[in-house]
Design a protein around this ligand. Structure first.
Ligand code: B12
Ligand code: SF4
Length: 455
């Protein structure tokens, strides 16, 4: 059989995404790896190659699989509709993060099956049964659409990550030069773990993994790393550093293997603050940048989101990384109820810790989180395209125009100018004009964001 897997492009309303970074479709590479030995598989990355109808016509798939986060939910449904319009006989299967936390949102006449949770084994079984014209009942994680609507499937057990095949990166060969995060290009992704032992109220990842931290064996990770061509590698984990013993072992194995790459991974500030030796070890094997969820500048806000970390941890972590010369991707959260005074204090705090790069996400109650249950009745909109962490979906204390003016100033005034220049010097010279243009477009859009709510 022929199987087409599609990574959707976001809607132009949603901010971020491929406007500012582009990561390989790792989920689809995993799903593909489970079926490629028996079937012909193609991955279409619509963010780069928007040729859906032409691809359907040329490749003539029997099965179309689509992935997506919450921001993509409308697009996913529309893609399934396009596939069914091309050929009503094609089997349409939707999986991914949004399908996992809100499968009912894909109760659509154009979607035959929804896969909740890990997809490799479930999808392989779906394809096998479709091939031999068997029904889909009882496949773990698979919800089936009948004349009565989408029927709940049986639970999908937590996966043994080491039992999964390696993702098939050969299927994205034509696109790989385009994957990047800021100056890190071309960039590959690898998953080394799943889940998290912490319980932040704005995050569903610990729930999806059943509250556990699932990890791969360091030996398997090194084996997969050895097959990656790109110099930059991003760890697509929910939290990479938290098991310190495992990460020490992994760094040692990387050193022994002689693999030389430039790594980018997620780390909690408390882990970093307490384990400078681990970070030093990783710096020596190529750790170049850490994505740290510093989130807020006050302990009361950190408590509100149940972060389990403190302002002191944050400051210590920043110092550890700066002393080691490891880049910090500081990720902060802006509460919709912030006043001008809060924004001013936030800016001062960021400047005081002398960052070179920061992102500011508007606090967003994502489906599947405790926060969502708490504030669902306050939502300004349920349109998934607004769940991009830039549009607020909760009422702001400041008028929206003023809120986005302050938000814009946070982006432009929180990083000392000399640090902006030193960060820019990491880019390839030829990429600087395009990135400056991107930044200009982004700034222009941000300052007008309040108008998106007019309708
Ligand atoms: C890497 C990553 C990114 C990368 C981009 C990756 C990409 N390809 O675009 C970066 C850092 C750029 C990013 C950006 C954003 N991200 Co992000 N990101 C992740 C992260 C950490 C890992 C994703 C990943 O690659 N996992 C590894 C793969 C192998 O696992 P998987 O996706 O779960 O896939 C398995 C199953 O879901 C299933 N499956 C998946 N697809 C399909 C399809 C079919 C057909 C089938 C059968 C099965 C199936 O099988 C897969 C393999 O077993 C997740 C956390 C997470 N655990 O998902 C957050 C996460 C997905 N991101 C999230 C968010 C919110 C964002 C942003 C909106 C944040 C922002 N403002 O910047 C943007 C939006 C990006 C966009 N495309 O528009 C949220 C999504 C929440 C939601 N409800 O939508 C997550 C869950 C983190 C969180 N905070 O909770 N992200
Ligand atoms: S530390 Fe990160 S991954 Fe873990 S629960 Fe909090 S936000 Fe989620």
């Amino acid at each position: 059989m022929r199987i087409l897997l599609i990574e959707p492009a976001k809607s132009p309303i949603s901010m971020a995404g491929e406007d500012v970074f582009l990561f390989e479709p790792l989920a689809l590479e995993y799903v593909a790896a489970g079926v490629k030995d028996e079937h012909e598989v193609k991955i279409l990355d619509q963010r780069i190659d928007d040729t859906v109808e032409q691809t359907l016509e040329a490749f003539r798939p029997d099965v179309v699989g689509i992935t997506g986060y919450t921001v993509h939910a409308n697009r996913v449904k529309r893609l399934a509709e396009r596939a069914k319009t091309w050929n009503p006989e094609v089997l349409t299967v939707v999986g991914g993060h949004h399908a996992t936390v809100a499968p009912r949102d894909f109760d659509s006449p154009h979607i035959d099956l929804v896969v909740v949770g890990e997809g490799v084994d479930s999808f392989r079984e779906v394809v096998r049964r479709f091939d031999v014209c068997e029904g889909f009942d009882g496949i773990p994680g698979v919800w089936v659409r009948t004349d009565e609507g989408l029927q709940e499937g049986s639970p999908n057990p937590a996966p043994d990550l080491d039992a999964l095949p390696f993702p098939d990166r050969s299927l994205t060969k034509a696109y790989r030069h385009a994957y990047y995060s800021e100056y890190m290009q071309p960039l590959a992704s690898i998953r080394t773990s799943k889940g998290c032992p912490f319980r932040c109220n704005f995050c569903a990842l610990w729930k999806i993994a059943g509250g556990r931290y699932l990890k791969r064996k360091p030996e398997k990770i090194v084996q997969e790393l050895a097959g990656i061509d790109e110099e930059f590698v991003f760890f697509a984990d929910d939290e990479s550093l938290v098991d310190v013993t495992r990460m020490k072992r992994l760094a040692e194995l990387i050193r022994e293997s002689g693999i030389r790459k430039r790594y980018f991974l997620y780390g909690r500030s408390d882990t970093i603050a307490k384990n400078s030796d681990l970070l030093a070890l990783w710096r020596d094997v190529g750790l170049e940048r850490v994505f740290v969820g510093l989130e807020f500048f006050r302990d009361s806000d950190l408590e509100y989101i149940n972060k389990g970390s403190t302002k002191v941890n944050n400051q210590q972590a920043v110092r550890v990384l700066q002393d080691l010369g490891i880049g910090i991707y500081a990720s902060f959260i802006v509460r919709p109820d912030f006043t001008e005074k809060d924004f001013a204090e936030f800016r001062r705090y960021c400047r005081s810790i002398n960052l070179s790069f920061a992102s500011f996400a508007v606090l967003t109650p994502l489906p599947g989180t405790d926060l969502y249950d708490e504030v669902e009745d306050q939502l300004l909109t349920r349109d998934p395209e607004f769940f991009d962490f830039i549009h607020t979906v909760l009422p702001t204390t400041l008028p929206l125009k003023d809120f986005y003016e302050q938000y814009f100033r946070l982006y432009t005034k929180s990083i000392p100018l000399r640090n902006v220049f030193s960060f820019m010097s990491k880019y390839r010279l030829r990429d600087i004009p395009a990135n400056l243009a991107k930044l200009r477009r982004w700034s222009k859009r941000l300052r007008k964001l309040h108008t998106d709510y007019a309708a």
